[in-house]
Design a protein around this ligand. Structure first.
Ligand SMILES: Cc1cc2nc3c(=O)[nH]c(=O)nc-3n(C[C@H](O)[C@H](O)[C@H](O)COP(=O)(O)O)c2cc1C
Length: 207
């Protein structure tokens, strides 16, 4: 299949308007949309084609509450690392949409997958986690194309999340994702917009 200008323009729109979303409406996401999103993760590249990502959709109210409480605890600890003005600025940031997002996905990496038969990861076992990140980004873009926002939450204690979700020892937490309809659309990262940071460009040098 040869792709044309219209494909390139559409891809650029998806990339430009993808955001890390933390402000969600509580409206549910249609199951057919979720099914399509799940299928797009199969399209992601992975080391040795191992597809080591393991996805748990967290629906149980008690588990969601425990995970949200863990975020609050870890976020307060992170805030305490800053002093004075920086802490005030940090506390003004909204760093998770867990309370409102209708869909919560805990994404793990199976660190000892049979799939792939070890190919490609002997010298760099971390490529399994990299593969999972690729699958998350695939999901992220596919969600944007469905007009569904996605927010990545990393301010959590991985061991606590594993305990709450009772996962196998070989599963390593890669990311916790919130999905749902976004409150607003933007083409600029929120951390830049709120003045937390300057926007930085890709460091790329020819040597
Ligand atoms: C690995 C990873 C972890 C992240 N963890 C968080 C998080 O815990 N809370 C949050 O608000 N944003 C988190 N983000 C989102 C980033 O802050 C966001 O991608 C960045 O500010 C650029 O904004 P944009 O995604 O809208 O372009 C995470 C992003 C990545 C890739």
């Amino acid at each position: 299949m040869l792709l044309n200008d219209a494909h390139r323009a559409a891809l650029l729109d998806v990339l430009t308007w993808r955001r890390d979303v933390r402000h969600f409406k509580t409206d549910p996401v249609d199951q057919e949309v979720l099914d399509r999103l799940r299928a797009t993760m199969d399209l992601a590249p992975s080391v040795g084609n191992a597809r080591p990502w393991r996805v748990l959709q967290v629906k149980d109210a008690d588990k969601r509450a425990a995970i949200t409480a863990d975020f609050e605890t870890e976020n307060a600890k992170a805030a305490a690392l800053y002093s004075d003005d920086a802490r005030r600025d940090y506390n003004a940031l909204k760093l998770s949409g867990m309370h409102d997002a209708p869909v919560h996905l805990a994404i793990f990496t199976e660190t000892a997958p049979r799939e792939g038969r070890g190919l490609g990861r002997q010298t760099m076992p971390e490529t399994l986690a990299y593969s999972t990140v690729g699958a998350i980004y695939t999901l992220w873009l596919a969600a944007r194309a469905e007009n569904i926002g996605l927010g990545w939450v990393s301010i959590i204690n991985p061991e606590r999340i594993k305990q709450i979700l009772q996962t196998p020892d070989t599963w390593h937490l890669t990311g916790y994702l919130c999905l749902g309809h976004a409150e607003f659309q933007d083409d600029t990262p929120l951390l830049h917009k709120t003045g937390w940071q300057e926007n930085v460009q890709t460091h790329w040098k020819t040597v």
